[in-house]
Design a binder for this molecule. Sequence first.
Ligand code: ADP
Ligand code: MG
Length: 600
Amino acid sequence: MDIINILPDSVANQIAAGEVVDRPASAVKELLENAIDAGATHIDLVVKDAGRTLIQVIDNGCGMSDSDARLCFERHATSKIHHADDLFAIRTMGFRGEALASIAAIAQVELRTRLHDAELGTEIAIEGSKIIDQHPTACPIGTSLAVKNLFFNVPARRAFLKRDSVEMAHIEETFRRVTLTHPDIAFSLSAGGRTLYDLAAGSMLQRISSLFADSYKERLFPVEEVTDLVRIKGFVARPEFSRRSRGEQYLFVDGRFIKHPGLSRAVEKAYSSLIPDGNYPSYFISLQVDPSRIDINIHPAKTEVKFADESALYAILHSAVKKALGQFSLATELSFDTPPEFNIPPAPKGYNPPPPSISYNPDYNPFRATPSQTRMKLEPSDDNHAAVHRHLQPLPNSTQPLPEEPSIPEPINHGSGQASSCLQLQGRYIVTPLSSGLAIIDQHRAHQRILFDRLADAGPQHTPSQALLFPIQCHFSAADADLFGELLPDLLSYGFAIESTGQSTFVVTATPPDVDTNNLQNFFDMMITDCKGASMRSGGLISDTVRASLARQMAIRPGRVLTDEEMQQMVADLFACPMADTAPDGRPIITIVKPEQLLK
Ligand code: ADP
Ligand code: MG
């Protein structure tokens, strides 16, 4: 008995669709790339319900003839390659001829398209691979392709979609990846009737700043290198704008966003002595390589590539980034790892500084709770010695249930707390003896943990807040402004006073006392990026992310020289936290060198 049958095209297309389109964002990518390949200079993306009900791309590119408009939905229908040899000289974004066939298999698609020299265009409706209507129509030059009710006939796929905010975050990320390498094309993105991005054609730097924030112009160093093998062009962020995640690393090859761990390492290595461990530099780097020297054919989503000259590329990229960072090394040194004593913030515009003697306070201790900070600090008391003394007692097992009890080291009692029992190492670590050995504490992470817990304790009714002398304006892209709006209730409860002035501008009139107000825009930009990352990764709680982000940015930096008193306070505050051994982002804070190891 014969048991093999050939699957009908509609089934084959649905199966293939699973590879090409796994969520709305991947359909967005394919449609945007088609519009770019069609030579458009203006491309609009419209989505509804995070792409579930509508993804529409409208371009002013070359358009299609009547019969091409039918043919483009066939599998292996492409105008971009003709021979297998062409695969080694690809200069277009697409070439597989799979995308439209796949999309048409799992959605209701409406195509309207008109060639430049044609009087009329053509309109086609196709549903689950079946053409249900085609007729001539009056329409603008170019192509409009609307994808409705994605996965309408694949309920299993639909069930795997995440919340709208997550799917929308993916769409925006796709939009950024595509638009970043095509700054010469104007793009817009609107969602649910609101324009989130309206990007004019311009330079790459203009594109970056209109996608992210204006402040990015000051954050970036240009990278440029031309060799026989590769042309490198782009921007790398100054080391102090490094991040806790790799979310802002954009590497493009011949106009295509790619993921390449090797080349990413080449960039990251150039930063190795400039940023703390576990932080990652932001970069936007375009490589142009001879298409015959790369293979982009290994993954349907085409974010992975293979290079023929990988090690040479690695070396060139590494040295180009190093050179860019080196050229600006003075700026780098001044703004990073500088003890705060010399870090005099610039005064707000128009502010005449009074003579220094007037405001000098010899008793000032940034670690001591001042009246305005009292509720931010764990210690209600002003008396540091008492606090240190109390916390340096071995942690009593009876008073507090400790969720991670066994892993929390017990500090030994140093008696009065006056004697210096802490030592700072490399400006980054506090070394202190415990009953279980010698503790090496990462000061930046420790402070993050302390602040994170304090922020949790500070309820809305106990919000410390410090009015700004001059209100500060912050601007965001429309999409970021939306997200920022969602963060506002949390920010207000942590002591910020922020008002929206309509559109995408916010005015900050007060902040919690520990926030560096000289760079609020960056502060918020980073928080927004953190929240986007968190919602894409896990749909994590926004308020936890805001709190972790606040704590990280308020925490003292590695390189900050600490006094004995400050170190003791820090150790005491840390051990009062229920999860003293782990930073809010999960990284370890303490390493213990055991007595046996010391003996060796
Ligand atoms: P590929 O892009 O790999 O060729 P697609 O399925 O994405 O495959 O598209 C099939 C063909 O349809 C393209 O090769 C192109 O000729 C045509 N096409 C698709 N989108 C557009 C568009 N926006 N404007 C003009 N032609 C298009
Ligand atoms: Mg395509």
